[in-house]
Design a protein around this ligand. Structure first.
Ligand SMILES: O=C[C@H](O)[C@H](O)[C@H](O)COP(=O)(O)O
Length: 262
């Protein structure tokens, strides 16, 4: 099966594999959402089964909860956990200061709450997600369904007042109907190209009535683990200012591969 993995999936796998080394016995762990995070959940499940690692996992979506249970992780809610030792999650973009765009998979709200309630957030990613300036990836904004078109209009006015470059705003669709998040909300994707002042935009977006949360994760991520298709892994830590390199193989992906489409 490993022979069929694309270089990008290999990169995601090795990043996930390295990141679960940070999880220790007894920890409460936030479990991210997305294709990269799904590898991490599988790798963590393997440690639970093989090493008897005792952890509690707090999933950030219904799909992650299902996968976590499938691989043998003890799942609890954030309210049961209250505070977490670490959260490991993917990202759609990250910059040099470890600020992120997340929510490409629609899970940004639970992801932000869980990551913020953690001592440490580790992002796992392939190298393609690194950017100089955030914004090439459309920025997801979660809005409540009631009056979403009014929220969209207010949001577009805000972008003009902040002089943000690209201003196209699209309602995320699921086939012919509006996409609905785990919390029953919709997502507006902002096609901005380049976000000059992400900090200012993140704060201003959440002031708009109807906006629940936005996909800018500012000052939340501590560590970025970058995987490469040839098995190399780079770990950057913002607090220690360190960069570590090593190399993993793909053998274990054979056992862990279940459903890449997550
Ligand atoms: O809502 C989804 C999450 O923010 C994901 O972590 C993000 O979209 C990255 O997903 P993937 O690992 O599939 O590229």
């Amino acid at each position: 099966m490993t022979g069929e993995l694309s270089p990008i999936d290999k990169a995601k796998f090795v990043a996930a594999k390295r990141a679960v080394d940070f999880v220790e016995d007894g920890m409460k762990v936030g479990l991210g959402t997305g294709s990269t995070a799904a590898w991490m959940v599988r790798c963590l499940g393997e440690r639970v089964r093989e090493e008897g690692l005792r952890i509690k996992g707090v999933p950030t979506s219904a799909r992650t909860a299902m996968l976590a249970r499938e691989v043998g992780i003890d799942v609890i809610s954030l309210d049961q956990a209250r505070w977490l030792d670490v959260t490991i999650d993917g990202a759609d973009e990250f910059d040099g200061e470890f600020n992120l765009i997340k929510g490409g998979g629609g899970a940004l709200l639970q992801e932000k709450i869980v990551a913020t309630a953690s001592d440490r957030m580790i992002v796992i990613t392939d190298a393609s997600k690194e950017v100089e300036t955030l914004g090439a990836f459309p920025l997801p904004v979660e809005v409540i369904p009631f009056g979403w078109q009014t929220s969209k209009a207010l949001l577009e006015e805000l972008l003009i007042s902040l002089d943000v470059m690209g201003r196209e705003t699209t309602l995320r669709m699921n086939g012919a109907v509006a996409y609905v998040t785990d919390e029953g909300n919709h997502i507006l994707d902002l096609h901005l190209n380049r976000i000059g002042n992400a900090r200012q935009l993140a704060m201003a977006l959440n002031q708009i009535p109807g906006v629940v949360e936005n996909g800018l994760f500012m000052d939340i991520c501590d560590t970025v683990v970058i995987g490469y298709g040839d098995g190399r892994v780079e770990t950057r830590d913002i607090n220690e200012g360190s960069v570590q390199h090593d190399r993993l193989d793909f053998v274990e992906a054979d056992n862990l591969f279940t459903d890449l489409s997550d």
